[in-house]
Design a protein around this ligand. Structure first.
Ligand code: ADQ
Length: 498
């Protein structure tokens, strides 16, 4: 079996059960443990001086290979092009998009440098799976270094419609870079369709369907495959975690706070794509429209801040603090605070148990590649007495979870009505909706996602794969230059000797 190499912007610290061990990290780590291999990416450290060096850490059959970034690279590659240009554009927020040509150069430079760090660690038959928008030029950079291995790419966020993508000045370079991969995976069919539309109408390429398996794309002188692979969770494991946590302290405390009130619950990274402001306003509208629900329902929003050094994230945080304060000021009573707004991370087991306590899972992003919280909420429910999922039509998960109440996240009245419907839904209907969604979640769990992608990646290309004759190994790596123009020799040697 070929060794698997996972490349992602951040290498997830795997402490089983810890807050960082999300579905993706666990799913990918399981695959690595099975085939043996390596997880390569940024450590999360930013160096203010000195040379970034590669650090190798063995855990059983898996090697974790991490590098730090220097400040300039962090600013241009991570904060700049990845998160101030690509993230808003790919979430259809062209109004928030910022573009600086130097950041794009930095983005490409860091991708090339990361690729050069990986090259000496690669073996001939390794299969390489690259994750997400930070690393769009990664395969192009590996190819330039002579790597002929199979390389796949999975985009965790939406792929935008062409008219939105055109707002990113180097859109063509980005799509051309994507075409250096052998297999492209998207979360949903609409994302795949948006990519194909760009290929056909902007890149004058072609897209062909085959009887089974991924589409065949020809563009920029390359042939590659593309398909939708909706990411999943392990629903039965989450259900167990949730059940086990039912009598734990966090749930007991929550229940004591609620008395017999009903609970609406949301969990998100604090991000403008998650629709938090609209969500708060719809909860306010619910209380406004239905006086009988006042002091009878609470809304728990858990939202740990991310990317807190970026303006757009500081703005959304301020806005939410204002909204929660305003709504609580308007409706709170001596014994009831309508919105509990919490910034901290929780362990997965605690989240799962809290989900099981909540009568409504309220998941209403403005855009989301998939949204695992929606799937985790459903998985955590008690099948005998399940809660109801209120889900944005713009979350990838809405393509699968037909048992949810589907809402448009900008329609505040529509969301308030859906919340009222969810809170009053009869038991039999809740059970039927939950049952349907669990069938779907089990059929498409995270192993299925991973195995389908890996199967299609193994099948691409065929003959004449493997180690390129030129530019590989330590010699190739010694030609690498450091990410910010510093000599890469030292880092390359470190990586060879481990
Ligand atoms: P995210 O934007 O991070 O992921 P999401 O899919 O919801 O969004 O995943 C978040 C994960 O973090 C979930 O597993 C959730 O339980 C966990 N989490 C969130 N808040 C937490 C908290 N306070 N404490 C502990 N855990 C918390 C990106 C894309 C998504 C896509 C995923 C996976 O933006 O659309 O679904 O990748 O592909």
């Amino acid at each position: 079996m070929s060794r698997l190499i996972i490349v992602s912007n951040r290498v997830a610290p795997i402490s089983e059960g810890g807050p960082a061990a999300g579905g993706l990290a666990v799913g990918v780590y399981d695959a690595l443990k099975e085939t043996g291999g390596m997880w390569f990416g940024w450590s999360g450290d930013v160096l203010s001086s000195g040379q970034p060096q590669i650090k190798l850490e063995e855990r059983g059959p898996v090697t974790f290979a991490t590098v730090s970034l220097v400040r300039r690279d962090y600013d241009q590659y991570y904060r700049g092009f990845s998160n101030a240009t690509l993230w808003p554009a790919f979430h259809y927020r062209a109004d928030l998009l910022q573009y600086d040509r130097h950041d794009f150069e930095g983005y490409r430079r860091v991708n090339a440098w990361l690729a050069q760090q990986l090259v000496p660690l690669l073996r001939e038959d390794d299969v390489i799976w690259v994750h997400d928008y930070h690393l769009i030029p990664f395969a192009q950079a590996l190819r330039a270094a002579g790597v002929n291995n199979r390389i796949g790419f999975f985009l965790h966020i939406p792929f935008p419609a062409s008219q939105v993508l055109l707002a990113v000045p180097p859109h063509r370079e980005l799509v051309e870079a994507l075409c250096s991969f052998d297999l492209l995976g998207f979360q949903t069919t609409p994302d795949l369709r948006a990519f194909c539309d760009y290929i056909i109408n902007e890149a004058q390429g072609t897209v062909r369907a085959s009887a089974s398996g991924p589409l065949t794309v020809q563009a920029f002188g390359r042939t590659l495959r593309a398909s939708a692979y909706p990411i999943g969770v392990y629903p039965d494991e989450i259900a167990e975690l949730a059940k086990a946590g039912e009598r734990g302290k966090p749930v007991r405390t929550m229940k004591a706070t609620l008395h017999s009130r009903k609970l609406i619950m949301s969990v998100d990274r604090l991000d403008y794509s998650k629709g938090l402001v609209e969500r708060f306003r719809a909860f306010e509208r619910l209380l406004e429209n239905t006086a009988a629900l006042r002091n009878k329902v609470s809304f728990l929003q858990i939202a740990p801040p991310t990317r807190a050094d970026m303006h757009a994230y500081q703005d959304i945080r301020l806005q939410l603090e204002g909204e929660s304060g305003r709504i609580n000021g308007r409706f709170a009573e001596l014994d009831w605070t309508p919105i509990l707004y919490i910034h901290r991370q929780y362990e997965r087991s605690v989240l799962a148990a809290l989900f099981r306590t909540a009568h409504v899972g309220y998941v209403t992003p403005l855009r989301d590649g998939m949204n695992l919280v929606a799937k985790e909420y459903v998985s955590a429910q008690d099948p005998e007495n399940p809660g109801v999922l209120v889900l944005s039509r713009f979350a990838g998960a809405a393509q699968e979870l037909e048992g949810a109440l589907i809402v448009n996240p900008v329609d505040v009245d529509g969301m308030a009505e859906a919340l009222a419907q969810a809170l009053g839904m009869p038991l039999a209907e809740r059970q039927a909706r939950h049952r349907d969604m669990m069938v779907q979640l089990r059929e498409n769990n995270v192993s299925v996602w991973r195995d389908n992608f890996m199967r299609d990646l193994q099948n691409v290309g065929g003959a004449k794969r493997g180690r390129g004759a030129k530019g590989r190994g330590a010699a190739g790596a010694e030609r690498a230059s450091g990410p910010s123009g510093a000599s890469g020799k030292k880092a390359a040697r470190e990586s060879v000797t481990g």
